[in-house]
Design a binder for this molecule. Structure first.
Ligand code: SF4
Length: 477
């Protein structure tokens, strides 16, 4: 066991790794990018309900800033570990058709939100957003600027996920000129054997060239995605990957746990189970990553995220402005999230809404002149209460009971009597401390924050209607 405060001092939360407790408590559970989680969305919620939610904002004269997510579902080749909703094709003409429809959706959303808050956050995800050509991207960004009122570059966070295999140094400079100021790179692992085992060959020099170009081009934050638990990974290979990651000096690092669920994700069937690290080695890999990243000066933000102490994510956490949304941890807690593209999920007012998951369905709805919303949920008061509580725990590792009682007409001890009873087992394991006014997650409890939040998830104890298949949740650690 070890305990790491960041090298910059006690202002940052420490994280403590306890293999025994983690082994005992690891189970499947939600990642809480939303509450209620997406598997609770209902098909009764559609376009009409989404319009009502926007009308509600207008009636309240909401001027909350806007956050926009754009989903580009295409990839050139498949990575075997992938569990994303993507379309693998080398036929790039498909992207041109998709863009025509995407622009229609952007126009409709732009008209709906016209005159409301400024757009302060934009995120391009996928799939592979850089599947689009430079010209297509420039055209799409111009379209977005015509439809939404963007905050100036210094004020807004405009980010894109890139696959270093699909971009040149020139393309990186072009992305900056097109208005992006943050970039996140899929790396996963630098080891050639691991890369081969997951069908993602990406030479280190290529990745470093993209990172250097991003710095030169003036991107404000560079983020790297890593995965632990991949086939062929070992402590030695991970040490070497971490050396290279730390030398590349990104501002943020996302370290994801590979969830091997071949019954749900077809590409994973190409991974040989014999090549996967054992659960014990996987935990050692996680421990190694945490130890090395914290020793290199990164702050443990929560779940799978690390950031430099002066990165906006770490600053937002210190100021209590951190939130979790569909992109993971994010800095703008008070914005309306509008998402465009196939399968994309919006969070507007007290609702979540998801678009059609297939291209055919998505195109069909837009051809009918309707937004392609097909399911969602309107949050009840109890959902709103639990959402705030789970957000606070996920983002700040503590909860002020007084502030919850001030915002909601409840007596916390009575309302959550069952939950408080369940927390006693975690308290006995030293994962949290419950006091009359505060619930505080200890450094040992931070890695198990999903387990703690699950106690407050009302839906986990309710069967889902018409669902016979197992829950699509990954392991909590
Ligand atoms: S991991 Fe990313 S790049 Fe690879 S197939 Fe999945 S979505 Fe595409």
């Amino acid at each position: 066991m070890y305990n790491h405060a960041s090298s910059t001092g006690s202002a940052f939360p420490a994280v403590e790794f306890d293999a025994e407790i983690i082994g005992k408590l690891s189970q499947s559970g939600p990642r809480y990018t939303s509450y209620p989680t997406a598997d609770r969305f209902q098909s009764e919620f559609g376009y009409g309900q989404f319009l009502e939610a926007v009308a509600g904002l207008r009636m309240r004269r909401s001027s909350r800033p806007l956050s926009l997510y754009i989903h580009i579902p295409f990839c050139d080749t498949v990575c075997y570990y992938c569990g994303c909703n993507k379309i693998v094709t080398k036929d790039h003409s498909k992207a041109a058709t998709y863009l025509d429809y995407l622009k229609q959706e952007i126009d409709m959303q732009g008209r709906l939100f016209a005159g409301m808050g400024k757009l302060e956050q934009l995120h391009f995800g996928g799939g592979t957003p850089t599947y689009l050509s430079d010209r297509q991207m420039g055209d799409l960004m111009a379209h977005l600027h015509a439809s939404f009122d963007f905050a100036p570059d210094q004020q807004g966070e405009y980010s894109i996920e890139i696959d270093p295999r699909t971009v040149s140094v020139e393309r990186v400079h072009s992305l900056r000129k097109q208005g992006f100021n943050r970039i996140s790179l899929g790396v996963q692992d630098f080891d050639p054997d691991v890369q081969k085992a997951v069908n993602r060959i990406q030479p280190e020099a290529e990745t470093r060239a993209v990172i250097d170009a991003a710095r030169e081009a003036g991107f404000r934050s560079i983020s790297i995605d890593l995965i632990y638990g991949l086939p062929k990974q070992s402590m030695t290979s991970m040490e070497q990957t971490l050396d290279k990651v730390i030398a590349a000096n990104p501002d943020r690092i996302a370290l994801y746990n590979y969830a091997h669920l071949p019954h749900l994700f077809k590409p994973q069937r190409r991974i040989s189970e014999d090549d996967l690290p054992t659960p014990a080695v996987k935990l050692d890999l996680l421990a190694l990553c945490i130890r090395r990243l914290c020793a290199a000066g990164y702050v443990y933000i929560g779940m799978d995220h690390f950031a430099k102490p002066d990165d906006e994510l770490a600053v937002a956490q210190r100021q209590g402005r951190l939130q979790r949304n569909f992109q993971g941890y994010s800095t703008r807690a008070e914005s309306e999230l509008i998402s465009c593209g196939v399968s994309a999920i919006s969070a507007v007012g007290a609702t979540y809404s998801q678009n059609e998951k297939t291209l055919e369905g998505y195109y069909e709805k837009l051809d009918e002149g309707r937004l392609p919303v097909v399911r969602g949920i309107k949050l009840e008061n109890d959902d709103l209460l639990r959402r705030i509580l789970i957000q606070k725990l996920m983002c700040n590792f503590e909860l002020s009971i007084g502030s919850i009682e001030q915002s909601f007409p409840i007596r916390f001890g009575e309302y959550f009597a069952t939950e408080l009873q369940k927390l006693k087992a975690f308290e006995a394991d030293g994962l949290l401390i419950v006091e009359p006014d505060w619930i505080t997650v200890t450094p040992k409890g931070r890695l198990l924050i999903r387990n703690i939040c699950m106690v407050f998830d009302r839906y986990l104890s309710q069967p889902r209607l018409g669902e016979a298949q197992p829950l699509r949740y990954s392991k909590t650690i």
